[in-house]
Design a protein around this ligand. Structure first.
Ligand SMILES: Cc1ncc(COP(=O)(O)O)c(C=O)c1O
Length: 459
């Protein structure tokens, strides 16, 4: 471990003794002491007391400018007045009926007005809706296989848990990556039915369609591959996927769990101008309440109407989530607010770039809409194979260093991004940049001292 990182972790431990204590208690009853593996890290995670607007406060009373925002769920920021009011209203009239109500149609109208779909169904998480989207595609195409990209994350169902973070030893040939199980418990049959290609490499996609003629039901991807930081689609890649899918009678699924709200008012379709067959939405569309949705053209969604495929869920369309979702679309995800977050995101991006150049850090910043990430890599990453070569200690140095300076720059995880909420201000961006300016020389020095720590072969 770098000296600089050791110092930051020592400072972190000094600042957060109550989190350490809470974690010691939690591990006795909860595996890893956290409710989701993604929240676990060494030496222990920050335990939160409360949040407000663009800030959160930990058990020791430390304040942080929050760009984690619950893994990108809160483009509204914490406790947005419109969301609070909507949920309070729902609490007055009841929130769980297991029967239809009018907000369902209202929210479906909002979604169909923004995204290229005719009909939608609701769920409670991203995992749920990508699972239903894959099943819908399999039924629509009458084929079993799903093509996904190495390093892509689509939630926790079996189909999605293939080649999420395979190791360098497991990945295989970059032109035809292995289907690698993310942990135990994924049936071999599932691995056989999920074929893997390399992001930004249309050849690897074509190869799979040739290898499995008339067997691939759909290509699923995030239009910007996140969960490896931010890997931008190179010009022509999304258009190429659209063409390949159509030519082979397969469907194109855009997993817009993250991009749907945060990229632009009309999600990736508006941003990139490429039209998928099915989209999945979750995270920021619910303002922090558990809300997901999947949608498609009428012919595809009629498979549900005609009882060809089954979709259900006890918590679907509960009124807390639906009220929060309606408030998001009508009062938070407005054109005006998109201008605000994209302006702040650009300021943050430009500020990072200037500091990176000043201290001679080998790094770059990728950003779009309300999201961005410092990529501690010398040139633009094109796929998961580049990401595998990241210097993780250096990234931890950056993350703990920022946390110690009162900024949660993104969720813990080399694979995450920052989110700017509608409640962030110019003053928050100033403080964020001041913290990075203070830290960056030490990170650059550590990088220079350990030059050559990028592992594996370049793309
Ligand atoms: C692109 C994408 N799809 C699906 C999911 C799963 O969503 P959830 O955690 O709500 O199940 C995530 C979660 O991070 C995601 O980033």
């Amino acid at each position: 471990m770098y000296e600089g990182l050791k110092k930051e972790i020592a400072t972190y431990e000094k600042r957060t003794p109550k989190s350490a204590e809470a974690h010691r208690r939690a591990v006795q009853r909860i595996p890893l002491g956290v409710a989701s593996n993604y929240r676990s890290y060494e030496p222990y995670p920050v335990f939160v007391k409360e949040g407000s607007g663009s800030k959160i406060y930990d058990l020791d009373g430390n304040e942080y400018i929050d760009h984690n925002l619950c893994f990108g769920v809160l483009m509204a920021g914490h406790n947005h007045p419109a969301i609070v009011k909507a949920i309070q209203n729902a609490l007055q009239v009841g929130w769980a009926f297991g029967m239809p109500h009018e907000m369902e149609w209202e929210l479906a109208e909002e979604i169909c007005a923004r995204y290229p779909v005719d009909m939608v169904r609701f769920g409670s998480s991203g995992t749920e809706v990508t699972m239903h989207a894959c099943r819908l595609a399999r039924a629509a195409a009458q084929r079993d296989k799903i093509l996904k990209f190495e390093g892509g994350y689509h939630g926790l169902h079996d189909t999605a848990l293939v080649s999420v973070k395979p190791t360098a030893e497991e990945v295989g040939d970059i032109d035809r990556p292995n289907s690698v199980s993310a942990g135990q418990g994924i049936p071999q049959g599932t691995l056989d039915n999920v074929v893997v290609a390399t992001f930004n490499d249309l050849k690897s996609v074509e190869y799979r369609f040739k290898q499995y003629p008339n067997q691939i039901a759909a290509i699923i991807l995030e239009p910007i591959q996140m969960n490896i930081g931010m890997c931008m689609p190179q010009p022509g890649f999304l258009e190429g996927l659209r063409e390949i899918a159509t030519r082979h009678g397969a469907l194109l699924i855009f997993d817009e769990v993250k991009t749907g709200a945060k990229l632009a008012l009309g999600g990736a379709t508006e941003y990139y101008g490429v039209r998928p067959d099915i989209i999945t939405l979750a995270k920021s569309i619910g303002g922090g309440a558990p809300l997901g949705a999947f949608g498609a053209g009428r012919a595809i969604m009629d498979l549900i109407s005609n009882h060809k495929i089954f979709h259900g869920g006890t918590y679907n369309a509960n009124r807390i989530s639906m009220s929060a979702g309606l408030a998001m679309f009508r009062e938070v995800l407005t054109r005006e607010n998109y201008l605000h977050v994209t302006r702040l995101c650009k300021r943050l991006t430009d500020g990072y770039r200037a500091i990176i150049a000043k201290v001679d850090l080998q790094a770059y910043v990728a950003s779009a809409g309300a999201i961005g990430a410092l990529m501690l890599f010398p040139q633009e990453m094109l796929s998961y194979r580049d990401w595998l070569r990241l210097d993780r200690d250096l990234w931890c140095h950056y993350w703990f260093g920022m946390v110690n300076r009162g900024v949660l720059p993104q969720p813990y995880g080399y694979d995450e991004q920052w989110t700017i909420s509608v409640q962030h201000t110019d003053a928050d961006i100033d403080r964020h940049l001041a913290a990075f300016e203070d830290l960056a020389p030490a990170v650059a020095k550590a990088q220079q001292a350990c030059s050559g720590t990028f592992v594996g072969s370049p793309h």
